[in-house]
Design a binder for this molecule. Sequence first.
Ligand SMILES: Cc1cc2nc3c(=O)[nH]c(=O)nc-3n(C[C@H](O)[C@H](O)[C@H](O)COP(=O)(O)OP(=O)(O)OC[C@H]3O[C@@H](n4cnc5c(N)ncnc54)[C@H](O)[C@@H]3O)c2cc1C
Length: 394
Amino acid sequence: MTVAPGEPGALTPEESLLRDMARDFAERELAPGAAERDEAERFDRALFDRMGELGFTAAPFPESIGGAGFSYRAWTLAMEEVARADMAMAIALSVHVLSQYPVHTWGSDEQRARWLPAMLAGEALGAFALTEPHAGSDAAAIRTRATRVGPAAAPDGYRLDGTKSWISNAPEADRYLVFATLDPGLGRDGITAFLVEKGMPGFRPGRHERKMGIRACPASELIFEGCEVAVANRLGGEGEGYRIALSALGEGRISIAAACTGLAQAALEVGARYLTERVAFGVPLAEQQGLRFVLAEMAQQVAAARALTRAAAAAKDRGEPIAEASSLAKWTASDAAMRVTTDAVQLLGAAGYSRENPVERYMRDAKGAQIYEGTNQIHRLIVAEHVLARVSGS
Ligand SMILES: Cc1cc2nc3c(=O)[nH]c(=O)nc-3n(C[C@H](O)[C@H](O)[C@H](O)COP(=O)(O)OP(=O)(O)OC[C@H]3O[C@@H](n4cnc5c(N)ncnc54)[C@H](O)[C@@H]3O)c2cc1C
């Protein structure tokens, strides 16, 4: 098997195993219905359950907590294959894993034992609830309130009130990681993380978000009206929620970068195939040098996205800080996906604009990735901060 452009080297046996399993599943089970699910805005829970059975929901977690023990680099290979077939399902899976990471990293032994087994098995679907109608990039400005119940020094629990918006998986999820503030005046120092379960009184999904793309990945508001959670459901200490959210997003962004690489790869393949099949002016389009240049630039974008994604994942596997690497990967890969999918629509002409072909869906699916898990403007700010810190030696 040749190494894909942008892949830093030969795959290990465990990486090949996971990649091949994911490719086989994605081509046989995800790809055939992806267009129909997008059209109907239908999340297929049975397909998600299959990803649980195959171990994808547990893939990047250590065996000591019931995970499958794959490296994060291996995980990005699987994510790329899932997204190559169905970006919506890839994002549902990515958000599910994102919502588990903080419990694995910050949770007590009791919380890990109570929360993770059903999520690792894919039996309980997870969601990550940070954004609010007035606070997206400025996450420290969230207003969902956590009010202590009982004495301030040793509360019996917390009451949650407020509205979250744009929460992926929310309408179908069983387990939610929710960020709320003890006092909006405290900014990021007031933010605290809570574990909330489906069916808890005072909490329900709200308005369905009507999206441009990844329409088969469900998203909605979440409404909290006097939702009482026990102290045992607080993840980390009071005021640690902002740090918890940022550390989880560092990991999640590598996963999104991998999904964008897979989406761009799919568009590249459709575009290349079309150039060999479509005849104009008496020759296949592939004979036109101008179109070959477009195709080559698409391949360049995919390879760059893949290289930065694998570099970020390898840094995570080595236990190095990943904030800058994950921002570079997510920003580059989502811009690459947007450009490559748009070029693919152009290469196919009217056929590309038709809903009978997948590239218009790929293009709609790509746009969101420039926005969620930190907009690409915010990633520029993060990268610039690291560059400046190096120059000033801090
Ligand atoms: C499909 C989808 C799925 C999502 N899933 C989730 C989820 O599961 N959980 C969750 O919590 N959230 C989720 N979100 C929300 C997402 O994280 C936010 O949309 C994102 O953080 C941006 O926030 P905003 O939309 O409020 O835009 P704003 O923060 O209002 O930004 C508007 C524009 O201004 C730019 N901007 C803002 N501040 C600056 C600045 N300082 N410098 C330069 N430019 C700036 C932004 O880049 C953007 O272009 C999802 C969003 C989408 C579209």
